[in-house]
Design a protein around this ligand. Structure first.
Ligand SMILES: [Cu+2]
Length: 907
């Protein structure tokens, strides 16, 4: 190692990686509150931490391998490059989060500048150096620095905003060039020499030749992959990925030979090996996935699905493994200090590696979302442990430096840092077993939180109706799919024990099966199954799916008792003498003593909320909210500068007050109904991440964008997310809403909001307000929407911005002479509105994309809108006073669609 890569703690070399890693962890924890959380996590880790490490260590190795003498100012120039890189990454992140593309562009240019400068320095160094056995490694670095600007340019174009399918293709090209080119080539080139060093053994023969041959194969494959993606050729992408795998296999042979001679036995080597395994596995999966994908949409989905595994499995593990080996060496201070620091960074190594890889493997599998969340936390924990250990290792290294070296043979070593691989075998096994146990425990906890996630027998036995058990058991497979049970009718001989094997074969929605005997299956996510032991059946039973609205859409199951044994289809029952217990399907009376009154009520009415009282009894249109009440913000949020709107809509099921003293368990986007207002210009791109943190399937449909609904509007099972991109090409106030069945229930229970796209020539006004009208069909207090009222179109209340009469209590302000614009959206789900301001006249009205009235001597008294229609009105108030605004569908104004403009004298 030549002297110019100075030893010891160098803040600019060692700290930025820690900062980016901590930021990645924070972004992971705060993901529901961050715009574009996946983008952020991936870029903090790969663009921040990994790129910084590449710049630092590729230089370090180039110096060491080429034996180039140190030159004056090397460290100053390296510091300048690192500052430029880290500043650039900061700007890119800020630009994307704040939707300021100019900032992103400036950041990307700084990153490209730093990497380009670094590349030029490497080329000069290579020329200056004497021919070296390890020149190949430096050539890998140079190829990587040439590819990064290509990948960064693609990324900058992506941040500008593109339409599908170009967006998906460019994303694949961007990820391919940066992950496989910039990161992949640097890592492979480094490991040629570092891998044997980390294993503390000799390089296997042929390593260096294999590396030389692999470089052109790998580089060409990166270009073919990216070019194929840009050109829309999936065959070329598959060829590129396969070529890259072939290039990797060239170097894999000597790597494996080296490892077989001296198997990995420490955290750094395990972590690097695991990381490379994830790279190979992910690429093979992706190649097959791209080859089998019917459209680019599906390719895009598979790339998105795989990227976190590449980032955490490959990127993070290789980075942390390599750093755990390299940092102690760079800290220097003699063998004792290096060993002391190494020992700290190796702590719990087996445990951490098993946690990370076990957690990732569980997350790859189609497990229930709770299990996935818990295993993701394990992965995060396993990786995050590196940061405190790094701090401790720096301290250990300093302490060892301060301790005088022990003369061999002169007493015992006071700091017996065990050399690599000399740990007691039992300790390693123990740690690995602990990690495995934690993964298993995580799965168990996930299942315990959400028991329906695994098959489990449940039994309830109030179905006998006093019948004598025959001792026979009948097992029936039932599928739940598309709002139907199949079969929908099950015939059972009286006295038979019935067991239902229930499977949710739906692609997207959650279902369950509830019987009027009280037996319940529990909620099943798509693909899950469970066993429902109905018990001995002596009477007819009604069953249904209890997910809101599903029963009303016909998701019911009937169990009919036949009573005669001989005629039974499966012929398995031979018990006679029970015919007297049979009753026909028209007999509605339950057998005496089998049902309590409330169960009987349950049986006839179905919806569980009905038995708990109706919140409509507590609704008083004349009541005022408490002093502490804060009305829903009615001011239209201002237009930002950005032309790409990245927002996360998280579906949550929350209890909210909807009128004084009336609460409902609403389904919301980001916690409120209506959901957040999105405000943009013509041509803007909206990139919305929808996260379903609810308990049943939900979705979103943006009227503001025109596209094939099949994929972006699909229903997401709980715990999943999707990205919905559209370009706003037409002006208006557009509705967005949940489009999961039954839509009437999902909209009525809170899942709606507005997107405002301004017409090109929209004049400035003094004030802009936005009112979304919707209906409330109250269920029980704190319960969900009453489906029967929805079906009968009998709302209890009609409201502006989600709360009855809220702007009577908290009026909207205006001044005389001011021009006031009021945007109105009728979210329904069912009723029309006629927006009117008492005492006001509109001189301008705009509905559904066109002006109805603009200038002239005419005026308008109301803006009429059907369900899912929107527009705006403009008016000036002639004198101070309180001007009520209403839906002039008077019955609605009287049940909550009412508010007030409080108009003050102009200043
Ligand atoms: Cu929904």
């Amino acid at each position: 190692m030549s002297g110019n890569s100075a030893r010891g703690f160098w803040p600019l070399r060692d700290l930025p990686v820690v900062v980016w890693l901590v930021a990645t962890g924070l972004a992971a924890l705060a993901h529901p509150f961050v715009p574009a959380p996946r983008w952020l996590m991936i870029h903090l880790l790969l663009l921040g931490a990994v790129s910084h490490a590449i710049l630092v260590w590729s230089r370090h190795f180039a110096d060491a391998l080429l034996h180039t003498p140190s030159q004056a100012g090397d460290r100053t120039r390296q510091s300048a490059r690192l500052l430029m890189l880290n500043g650039g990454v900061g700007l890119v992140v800020a630009g994307v989060l704040a939707d300021l593309w100019a900032l992103t562009l400036a950041g990307a240019l700084a990153v490209m500048g730093a990497v380009g400068w670094h590349g030029v320095a490497l080329v000069l160094q290579l020329r200056r150096a004497l021919p070296s056995r390890f020149g190949a490694t430096v050539r890998y670095y140079v190829a990587a620095t040439v590819l990064l600007p290509v990948g960064a340019t693609l990324g900058t174009a992506l941040a500008r905003g593109l339409s599908d399918p170009m967006h998906g293709q460019m994303k694949l090209a961007h990820a391919g060039v940066n992950l496989l080119g910039w990161m992949g080539l640097t890592i492979v080139g480094t490991l040629v020499t570092l891998w044997p060093t980390m294993l503390r053994t000799r390089m296997a023969e042929g390593t260096e030749r294999a590396a030389r041959h692999a470089l052109p194969v790998l580089t060409a494959s990166v270009l073919v992959t990216a070019g194929g993606a840009l050109a829309g050729s999936r065959a070329a992408v598959v060829l590129g990925l396969t070529g890259y795998l072939a290039g990797l296999s060239l170097v894999a042979v000597p790597f494996a030979r080296t490892a077989l001679g001296k198997p990995p036995s420490s955290y750094p080597t395990w972590s690097v090996l695991a990381g490379l395994t994830w790279l190979v596995g992910s690429l093979a999966t992706l190649a097959v996935g791209v080859a089998a994908a019917p459209t680019w949409d599906v390719v895009d989905d598979r790339v998105s699905w795989l990227t976190p595994f590449l980032a955490a499995g490959f990127g993070a593990q290789v980075l942390l493994g390599a750093l755990s080996y390299l940092v102690p060496m760079a800290l220097g201070g003699g063998p004792a200090a290096v060993r002391a620091a190494n020992t700290v960074l190796d702590r719990g190594g087996a445990l951490r590696v098993v946690l990370v890889n076990g957690g990732l493997l569980v997350a790859v599998l189609p497990v229930p979302s709770v299990v996935r969340v818990v295993s993701t936390l394990l992965v995060l924990g396993g990786l995050a442990a590196f940061v405190p250990l790094l701090v401790l290792s720096i301290r250990a290294s300093r302490r060892a430096k301060a301790t005088p070296p022990v003369v061999p043979g002169a007493g015992t070593d006071r700091r017996p840092a065990r050399p690599d691989g000399d740990r007691p075998a039992g300790q390693v096994t123990g740690l690995a077993a602990t990690g495995l146990a934690a993964v298993v425990l995580a799965v168990a906890v996930g299942v315990a939180v959400d028991p329906a996630s695994l098959t489990g027998a449940r039994t309830v036995a109030s179905a006998t109706a006093g019948v004598t058990a025959t001792g026979q058991t009948r097992t029936v497979d039932v599928e739940a799919r598309d709002m139907r049970f199949t079969p929908a009718t099950i015939e059972v001989v009286a006295g038979t024990r019935l067991v239902i094997e229930l499977t949710n074969t739906d692609d997207e929605d959650v279902h369950d099966l509830v019987l009027d005997s009280g037996a319940e299956s529990g909620r099943l996510s798509p693909g899950e199954s469970t066993t429902l032991d109905v018990g001995v059946v002596g009477r007819d039973l009604d069953g249904w799916c209890s997910v809101v609205g599903h029963r009303q859409m016909g998701m019911v199951l009937e169990i009919e008792v036949t009573g005669t044994a001989g005629g039974d289809a499966d012929g398995s029952v031979s018990a006679g003498g029970h015919a007297d217990h049979q009753h026909g399907p028209d007999v509605d009376e339950p057998e005496p003593g089998t049902l309590t009154d409330s169960e009987a009520g349950h049986r006839h009415d179905g919806a569980a909320s009905d038995t708990e009282g109706d919140a409509a009894d507590d609704f008083d249109p004349m009541a005022s909210p408490d002093d502490g009440f804060a009305a829903h913000e009615a001011e239209l949020p201002p237009l930002g500068k950005g032309r790409v709107h990245r927002r996360t809509l998280t579906v949550t099921e929350v209890e909210r007050e909807v009128a004084p003293g009336v609460t409902q368990r609403l389904w919301t986007y980001n916690g409120s109904a209506p959901g957040p207002v999105l405000h943009g210009r013509l041509g803007d791109v909206f990139e919305i991440t929808l996260v379903n943190d609810g308990t049943i399937g939900h979705s979103v449909d943006f009227h503001a964008g025109a596209l094939a609904p099949d994929r972006p509007m699909r229903t997401l099972p709980p715990g999943e997310s999707l990205v919905y991109r559209f370009r706003a090409t037409r002006a208006g106030i557009w509705m967005y809403h949940c489009s999961s069945m039954p839509m009437s229930a999902h909209i009525a229970n809170g899942m709606f909001g507005a997107v405002v796209i301004e017409p090109a020539d929209l004049p400035e006004v003094d004030r802009s307000y936005l009112l979304v009208q919707s209906e409330l069909y109250l269920g029980a207090q704190g319960g969900v929407v009453d489906m029967e009222k929805v079906a009968a179109e009998r709302p209890d209340a009609v409201v502006f911005n989600g709360y009855a009469n809220q702007y009577d209590a908290r009026p909207l302000a205006a001044r005389t002479g001011e021009r006031v614009r009021v945007w109105v959206l009728d979210a329904g789900p069912s009723r029309a509105t006629s927006f009117h301001v008492v005492g006001g006249q509109f001189d301008t009205t705009y509905a559904e994309g066109a002006y109805l009235l603009r200038g002239g001597s005419g005026g308008a008294q109301s803006l009429a809108l059907g369900a899912a229609q929107g527009g705006f009105v403009e008016l000036t108030f002639p004198e101070p006073g309180r001007y009520p605004f209403v839906s002039h569908v008077m019955v609605d104004a009287e049940r909550g669609a009412h508010g007030v403009f409080e108009v003050a004298r102009s200043r």
